[in-house]
Design a protein around this ligand. Structure first.
Ligand code: NAD
Length: 517
């Protein structure tokens, strides 16, 4: 039960010894036992071995976490601090994450099965997110308006939204949480975090780090468990003012529907089916290398993965043949296999769904060039591995091109003109990210400008920075994370008008005879 040991090994004072052995429900700054007393075993998808046992909470636990966040918000302590003070807590959190990087990276790698080194990169990015939001504290106090009305003072100010329900997925568990937690705290909100039931360990660790960084009890709350059991409480509760969700499209639609009855603020970061456009004049080696990383990084379990290769007809055969050769050479393995280049899928159930997706693509007429099977021998058969898979001869009428597999599956389409490339790239219900590869600078700008996607890379794939907004068009979601807009999601904007020379307006005084109204 190393997930629990991680926390024990930190040598901290554990506030509630009885509940401390079973983390997952964090309320009022203390670990609590879940009301129903149930637990869940977290297993590493690389080998199925147990890595942690955590609380399996129910709706009563989620309600307790919401009540804690509500009390902490309504009590006014945290929202009443200055943004500078809150920024200091975030900066301290970044330092502590860096101090405990190995602890966090190990927990993330074991929960997700991803390579330890990739988990380390994630922790660096998470610390950078906290540092960014900590660093902009106090830089924007609103606006003073020139009303044109003598004797008036008019200000536009920002106040926290209130209690935030933060629901996160399993692919980048703490990274996705940090994009919500850091701006929510900077804006002065309190929150309940609900991580994926498959990968809760690093969110558990974060609660203790936030307390150590100086966050008052009750501001950060955690509830582990399934979406229907505990996630739904966050979207439905009248005591939650905002729900920010990252996950799949179908779940996002459910969250939005159930949030509608309380008219709470809703932010959705959903899936993607992202085009990677390669023109014939692209830098061949860079385009090949990045086409591989675009789709097969983290075995395709990346919302912005470049799962649709749009390649110019004239270079299709040679480009795709080389891509297949390289894809077949990618070595799969567990978090601590130093020769591994990517890891397993999150679960056997998810792997089976990805396999069914590939089979359906073949049934639709796609040609399977590599992958497309479930390993049934050796170490790979023990974990939920799936090999890099390439489907050629695809077009936008196919479900394989339109639907997200969230696995290592690349579909290949061809185009002959710039207009056709743009038309195909935009022929998707999603709109999260995309890339264009060409050495023609003007064409690069034209295509980037025409793509209806939230992030566009030119001659690159995947980089992002916390200063720049992230989010999708269409069914990839609404709202933005990161950057200034990622903070605005967690602020209410308020207009305060003051009359410094009050006097009657006489609006409702009776009309006087002979005076024109
Ligand atoms: P998911 O939708 O199955 O689950 C996401 C979270 O929602 C989990 O915590 C889950 O327990 C919870 N949930 C499930 N049902 C719920 C309900 N009825 N009410 C409230 N919460 C509920 O997604 P997943 O499989 O964990 O993650 C993969 C998906 O996430 C992919 O579609 C991927 O594209 C997307 N994603 C998007 C981004 C982005 O930035 N746009 C980033 C990462 C992942």
């Amino acid at each position: 039960m190393s997930g629990v040991q991680f926390a024990e090994n930190r040598g901290r004072t554990v506030v509630d010894q009885d509940a401390a052995l079973l983390r997952g429900l964090f309320v009022d700054g203390r670990w609590r036992k879940p009301a129903a007393g149930k637990t869940r075993i977290i297993a590493c998808p690389a080998d199925g071995k147990q890595v942690a046992e955590v609380a399996e909470c129910t709706d009563a636990d989620a309600a307790a976490a919401v009540a804690s966040a509500r009390r902490a918000f309504d009590g006014g302590g945290w929202p009443g601090t200055s943004e500078k003070e809150r920024g200091q807590v975030l900066l301290r959190t970044a330092e502590l994450l860096e101090r405990d990087k190995a602890l966090y990276a190990r927990a993330e790698a074991l929960d997700t099965g991803k390579r330890y080194v990739e988990a380390e990169y994630d922790i660096d990015d998470i610390a950078a997110c906290f540092r960014y939001y900590g660093g902009i504290a106090g830089t924007d106090a609103g606006r003073v308006i020139d009303t044109g009305v003598p004797g008036s003072i008019s200000r536009v100010v920002y106040v926290p939204v209130g209690v935030c329900g933060l629901i996160t997925p399993w692919n980048y568990p703490l990274l996705q949480a940090s994009w919500k937690v850091a701006p929510a705290l900077l804006a002065g909100n309190t929150f309940v975090l609900k991580p994926s039931e498959l990968t809760p360990s690093t969110s558990i660790l974060l609660m203790e780090t936030l307390l150590e960084a100086g966050l008052p009890a009750g501001v950060a709350n955690l509830v582990t468990g399934t979406g229907p059991d505990v996630g739904a409480v966050l979207s439905e509760s009248a005591d939650v003012d905002l729900v920010s969700f990252t996950g799949g499209l179908a779940t996002g639609i459910n969250v939005m529907k159930s949030a509608a009855t309380t008219v709470k603020r809703v932010a959705l970061e959903l899936g993607g089916k992202n085009p990677n456009i390669v023109f014939a004049d692209a830098h061949r080696e860079a385009a090949l290398d990045n086409a591989l990383t675009a789709v097969f990084l983290h075995s395709g379990q990346v919302c912005s993965a470049g799962t649709r290769l749009l390649v110019e007809e004239s270079i299709h055969d040679g480009f795709v043949a080389e891509l297949v050769r390289r894809a077949q050479d990618i070595r799969l393995g567990g978090p601590f296999d130093e020769l591994a280049q990517t890891g397993p899928l999150i679960s056997a159930a998810h792997r089976d769904k990805v396999h069914a997706f590939v089979q359906a693509g073949i049934d639709e007429g796609a040609s399977l060039l590599c992958g497309g099977y479930i390993p049934d021998a050796g170490v790979l058969s023990v974990g939920s591995y799936y090999p890099p898979t390439i489907l050629d001869g695809c077009h936008t009428s196919m479900k394989a091109v339109q639907d997200e597999s969230f696995g290592p599956v690349l579909t290949v389409e061809t185009f002959s003109t710039e207009e056709e490339a743009i038309m195909l790239a935009n022929d998707t219900a999603y709109g999260l990210a995309g890339a264009v590869w060409t050495q023609d600078g003007s064409r690069a700008q034209r295509v980037a400008g025409a793509l209806r996607h939230g992030t566009v890379w030119i001659n690159d794939y995947h980089p992002y920075v916390p200063q720049a907004e992230w989010g999708g068009f269409g069914k990839s979601g609404n709202g933005r994370e990161l950057g200034l807009q990622g903070l605005a999601e967690y602020r209410e904007t308020k207009h305060i008008w003051q009359n410094i020379n009050p006097k009657p307006s006489h609006w409702f005084e009776p009309p006087q005879a002979g005076v024109q109204q």
